[in-house]
Design a protein around this ligand. Structure first.
Ligand code: FAD
Length: 403
């Protein structure tokens, strides 16, 4: 169902913590309904700073995520979808570099590759054409639920752009915490209510790598691998994947248990490990780039976070996206689910005739079973792999089959 623009709930202020993927979509969705929205982000404005985030992941956008984007704004979704690269199958690379294509379906069914930072910037660009107020360099440090007689929640931020790191306080009718897996808003909210919370790290790390475009860049030949496949180098307990970017490059992710990466103690060992296990990728990435990756790129942890309930008892605050349900990435649904959170909440706001308190309460009730299920599937898949199958290839197949 498309957003009914006639539903306009003016003059109610919504403060959103975190201008990541989910916070941005939530801001656009509330704004489209006529709420006055302020979006707070810890980082600097990416349009004004060089992107030195070495953890820029390529995401698979699935039907779930696309439906939510279209729900918020059909035209915006079309603008964003212009930048995706459909992947119609997986391409398996064996140890000798032989490639085998496995199509997902008989009718061109595809999952879609997009760079996470780029998608985030697309959403921020959409926000620039609205009256949403965005405050970058604002780090949430405190939350108080009951302030004054009207019970308006208040949040305190440190403005890191100011020399003396000034602290500022804001009041809103409603607050959305969308500040990711390590959510400070969640920590603050937990002090004020009985919220169940669990966190589990899995024994797996990831590192980002990069395959450049072909130097003889002419039309399709700019891609060194087939762009319409998800490339997978499955090995016994580790794997490499690569997803295409529009500029002809590929973003790769190397996943392994921590013991594998920690057992590699020098750049030379890393390069020979890579050459042995991923010979064709080694040729495409190049030794110099591999050395830089080993020496400078961060190793990411993977964790699952679950909370219950998602909203505060007074109905003024709610957690969306990874702040509420960070999941391990082997189902490729973290962001897609976060986008679905936004659509579900907006549908409830309409259903409740603009009563946000009621919508927040109902959200917890109706969303829990679905979120529990998808987080469990993602984690079970990891456990199944690590205890029974010991093959990341098995895990990858299950992830892709689920999209
Ligand atoms: P985030 O993207 O973490 O954004 C949170 C924002 O809050 C950030 O901008 C942060 O700077 C800001 N913030 C944090 N603290 C504060 C504070 N105190 N004050 C103010 N702002 C703050 N998902 C998919 O759907 N498909 C995939 O294929 C997929 N692949 C993945 C692969 C890997 C390796 C990983 C790690 C994840 C993958 N995911 C995938 C998951 C996806 O990346 C996340 O689910 C998604 O980024 C969550 O978005 P979010 O907006 O909730 O949180």
């Amino acid at each position: 169902m498309d957003l009914e623009v006639s539903n306009s709930y003016h003059q109610q202020g919504v403060g959103i913590v975190g201008a990541g993927l989910v916070g941005c979509l939530a801001a656009l969705a509330f704004n489209a309904k006529g709420f006055s929205v302020t979006l707070f982000e810890y980082r600097d404005d990416p349009s004004k700073t060089k992107n030195d985030n070495l953890r820029s992941i390529n995401l698979a956008v699935s039907a779930r995520g696309i439906r939510a984007l279209k729900y918020v704004d059909e035209e915006m979704a079309e603008r964003i979808l212009e930048h995706i690269i459909p992947m119609k199958g997986r391409m398996i690379h064996d140890l000798d570099g032989n490639q085998t294509s496995q199509l997902y379906g008989l009718f061109g069914e595809a999952i879609n590759s997009i760079d996470r930072s780029f998608l985030n910037e697309c959403l921020l660009e959409e926000i620039r054409h609205t009256d949403i107020k965005v405050l970058f360099n604002h780090k949430l440090v405190a939350f108080e639920k009951n302030h004054g007689e009207d019970q308006t929640p208040k949040m305190t931020f440190i403005d890191t752009s100011e020399g003396d790191a000034a602290s500022k306080t804001f009041e809103f009718d409603y607050i959305v915490g969308a500040d990711g897996a390590h959510s400070q808003f969640r920590t603050q909210l937990q002090r004020t209510m009985r919220m169940n919370y669990s966190q589990e790290y899995i024994d797996m790390q990831y590192i980002e790598l990069y395959i450049p475009p072909s130097e003889s860049a002419k039309d399709d030949s700019k891609f060194l691998l087939n762009p319409n496949h998800l490339h997978i180098w499955p090995r016994t307990n580790h794997m490499l994947i690569a997803l295409a970017n529009k500029d002809g490059s590929f973003t790769c992710t190397f996943f392994s248990p921590w013991s594998v990466i920690e057992g590699i103690t020098s750049t030379e060992q890393w390069i020979s490990f890579f050459k042995k296990n991923f010979k064709d990728a080694y040729d495409l990435i190049g030794e110099a780039r591999l050395a830089t990756v080993y020496e400078t790129h961060p190793r990411g942890s993977l964790l699952q976070v679950n909370v219950y309930p998602y909203h505060s008892p007074d109905g003024r605050a709610i957690l969306l996206g990874d702040a509420a349900h960070s999941m391990v990435p082997f189902y490729g649904q973290g962001m897609n689910c976060g986008f679905e959170d936004v659509r579900t909440l907006m549908e409830l706001i309409d259903e409740k005739g603009g009563d946000v308190l009621e919508a927040f309460r109902s959200y917890t009730e109706i969303r829990k079973a679905d979120l529990d299920a998808i987080c469990k599937l993602a984690l079970d898949n990891y456990h199944e792999m690590s205890h029974k199958v010991t093959s990341l290839w098995y895990l990858t197949r299950k992830r892709i089959d689920s999209l």
